[in-house]
Ligand binder design. Structure first.
Ligand code: F6P
Length: 358
């Protein structure tokens, strides 16, 4: 008997179900004696032994379905090996569930925080295989995470729709895009949607440069400007602050998010009307795009292969179009940022996009 535990952890995204379907179809293609334990709402399910026994039929018809059939949650604890406030040593509790159910391995689908915990469980002796999910695309060791391309499609669609209203009203429009501390979704959606200015966490912006770019467009007879701003974008002056100083400054801020702060500065300096659009969690919603369906299916099947070969301790990723296995110890705790000097940034600049830096 092959006993596989499975969980999805962290913020949901498109193609989680497609990836799990890939794993399950993959293992059942080679063996019949498989039991699937679906832990509910991420690591919580493993901690509190809350799971559902699933059959291969549970994974039929979910390729195109968004969200996760297992439910998910943000990590409900810090990485502590001592009892928490509620008296439970969460790591020990997870190990206990794993051993009690006599699992052969645990398949974990998640982003950065999830991978830290997965690696910890590996260090504690559990057989773990992970799959890289997140719209943010910030996981080390893979060129692409599933969810990313779907989110880019949605953010691009938002920018596309802003174009007609922006031209009609002669306004500055700011579209705030998700991505946590990295700018991958904003960069790709900004280029795809024809944004005039793109502001990323990796390239701290100078508001004077942003204002200049808007004024230049106005002088050239272009009556509107579209700015794609990453939710984690930061000004040059803020980027110079220490972590502590920045935290103190943020605590005093009354803006709901970065787009509002930038909007106020632009409105004051250009006298142009500014409007803000925040697509928010719609970027994680709905059906995965075809690219994500293919990627997650390939990653899921590759994970199945590793399980069947009893090779554990890896994240399955994609590099230059090929499926790769990356040791979990190399992935955990590292973020993959947009490189300010990368080709894509230089090419975007050549097409006239301002990144607010010079
Ligand atoms: O990590 C995915 C993500 O959507 C980020 O882009 C965003 O910053 C965060 O999750 C939002 O988290 P929550 O759903 O917990 O509000």
């Amino acid at each position: 008997m092959l006993r596989i535990g499975m969980l999805t952890s962290g913020g949901d995204c498109q193609a989680l179900n497609a990836a799990m379907r890939g794993v399950v179809k993959g293992v059942f293609s080679k063996r019949d004696d498989v039991e699937i334990y679906g832990f509910q709402e991420g690591y919580k399910g493993l901690i509190y032994s809350n799971f559902k026994m699933l059959t291969s039929r549970d994974f039929s018809g979910i390729l195109t379905v968004g969200g996760t059939i297992l439910g998910t949650s943000r990590q409900p604890f810090k990485l502590m090996r001592v009892p928490d406030k509620d008296g439970i040593d969460k790591v020990e509790a997870m190990k206990h569930t794993y051993h009690k159910l006599n699992l052969d391995c645990l398949v974990v689908l998640g982003g950065n925080g999830t991978h830290k915990t997965a690696n910890l469980l590996r260090e504690e002796g559990l057989n773990v295989i992970t799959l890289p999910k997140t719209i943010d695309n910030d996981l080390w060791g893979t060129d692409m995470t599933f969810g990313f391309q779907s989110a880019v499609d949605i953010a691009t669609d938002t920018i596309d729709r802003i174009h007609t209203t922006a031209t009609s009203h002669s306004r500055v429009f700011i579209v705030e895009v998700m991505g946590h501390k990295v700018g991958w979704v904003t960069l790709h959606a900004g280029i795809a949607g024809g944004a005039d200015i793109i502001l990323l966490p990796e390239i701290p912006y100078d508001i004077d440069v942003v204002v200049d770019a808007i004024n230049k467009r106005a002088k050239a007879g272009k009556n509107f400007t579209i700015i794609a701003v990453a939710e984690g974008a930061i000004s040059k002056s803020d980027a110079k602050l220490s972590k502590k100083e920045l935290k103190a400054k943020m605590a005093k801020k009354t803006y709901p998010s970065v787009a509002y702060e930038i909007a106020e500065k632009i409105q004051k300096r250009t006298n142009q009307e500014v409007r803000i659009t925040v697509p928010g969690h719609t970027q994680r919603g709905g059906s995965p795009c075809p690219y994500d369906r293919v990627l997650s299916t390939r990653l899921g099947a590759a994970a199945a292969n590793l399980i069947l070969k009893k090779e554990f301790g890896y994240m399955v990723g994609i590099k230059n179009g090929n499926i790769v296995k990356v040791p979990l110890g190399e992935v955990a705790g590292k973020l993959k940022y947009v490189e300010p000097d990368s080709d894509i940034i230089q090419e975007a600049k050549m097409t006239g996009i301002s990144f607010g830096d010079k």
